[in-house]
Design a protein around this ligand. Structure first.
Ligand SMILES: [Zn+2]
Length: 139
């Protein structure tokens, strides 16, 4: 696992619970105890009411594609093996939107609103990265 060559996130105190969750194959999102907002990406304060009274909830990991873009060429060498890369925004039922990559997905079959599920790939001993994949194979 230590030969992972792509950029990695830097775990911060306010994001540590998120990355601990991904190591356990759980997609954790922040929840504001004061205004009831769900929050992604992890922050020190609620973006709605500026409260620091934040907690964590586990997302269902089921999302729908809000938008996407497919890259077929022109990336750094470290990403060449992954082409085509599908960059997508996905909406979770908890009311947050995540930027992610779609895996195991034919670029010609993606549709806005397509249902996708979270999957986890271990990059290093400390970092497991969440991605999304189609919920059911596209016929
Ligand atoms: Zn709040």
């Amino acid at each position: 696992m230590s030969n992972y060559q792509k950029p990695l996130p830097v775990i911060q105190p306010h994001s540590a619970a998120f990355w601990e969750g991904t190591r356990q194959h759980k997609l954790m999102i922040q929840h504001c105890r004061d205004c009831d907002s769900n929050i992604f990406y992890p922050r020190k304060h609620c973006p709605e009411c500026w409260s620091e009274n934040l907690d964590w909830i586990e997302s269902s990991g089921k999302a729908k594609v809000f938008s996407f873009s497919v890259t077929y060429e022109g990336l750094e060498p470290m990403f060449q093996q992954d082409l085509p890369i599908i960059l997508a925004w996905v909406d979770l039922p908890e009311g947050v939107r995540m930027c992610t990559n779609l895996l195991n997905c034919d670029p010609d079959e993606i549709e806005i609103g397509m249902e996708v599920d979270v999957v986890f790939q271990q990059a290093t001993e400390d970092i497991t990265i969440p991605y999304f994949t189609p919920s059911s194979p596209v016929v």
